[in-house]
Design a protein around this ligand. Structure first.
Ligand SMILES: Cc1cc2nc3c(=O)[nH]c(=O)nc-3n(C[C@H](O)[C@H](O)[C@H](O)COP(=O)(O)O)c2cc1C
Length: 191
């Protein structure tokens, strides 16, 4: 297989498209688009979110100690892209994008009502990586869209319909079809 070397860069995907919401000490709320988001521990359940230190969101999270990560569904692609182009220092992004911010159960940061999955996090740590800060958030609550549950209690990804981000080539995609079952299909090769 012939391959082109890209050198040190950030071409790597897929990533989720999320809206990270935070609340300032004066009560102002903000949403920003983040794709450098992923689970980093199961016990305790923890998400890592990597933010440039200049983001308003970074300042609000480190001052308040909490944030929420809200999964962006495909129909919200334009709203999410806008929230990744503009700073909350300049515009009330939730109002412009038509996003509804509602109280979380356990943290001060709000939830985005239109997101099919909302994750409430308490700031648990921070790792400095050049201009970026990997914020570790202990997951204290998750809200999942009721209608996305099948009768057997599992979640139907097609109904959640997450917007997938391809970092490095700056494209948004949808999920496509299910191609297998994890922790099961590989058993075909067990010896
Ligand atoms: C698809 C997409 C993904 C992004 N992911 C991140 C990210 O993971 N970390 C980051 O610091 N900025 C990311 N950004 C850029 C911020 O969303 C952008 O700088 C935003 O204006 C910051 O808002 P704030 O100043 O209101 O916090 C992303 C932008 C887009 C469009």
């Amino acid at each position: 297989m012939s391959k082109r070397r890209l050198g040190p860069c950030i071409t790597f995907f897929p990533q989720p498209t999320t809206l990270v919401a935070s609340r300032a000490a004066d009560g102002r709320v903000n949403v920003m688009t983040a794709s450098w988001v992923g689970l980093v521990s199961k016990t305790p359940p923890t998400l890592g979110v990597s933010l440039h230190h200049g983001r308003l969101t970074y300042a609000q999270i480190t001052a308040s100690g909490s944030f929420t990560v809200n999964l962006v569904p495909v129909p919200l692609a334009v709203a999410a892209d806008y929230c990744g182009l503009v700073s909350g220092r300049d515009q009330d992004k939730a109002a412009v994008a038509g996003l509804t911010l509602v109280p979380a159960d356990l943290v001060a940061a709000p939830l985005v009502a239109e997101a099919p999955l909302n994750v409430e996090c308490r700031l648990a740590g921070e790792v400095e990586l050049g201009d970026y800060r990997l914020l570790l958030g202990e997951i204290v609550q998750i809200h999942a869209l009721e209608k996305a549950f099948r009768a057997d209690g599992t979640l139907d990804a097609a109904i959640l319909n997450p917007l997938v981000y391809l970092g490095g080539i700056r494209e948004y995609w949808s999920l496509g079809e299910r191609k297998g079952v994890a922790y099961k299909d590989g058993k075909a090769l067990l010896r």
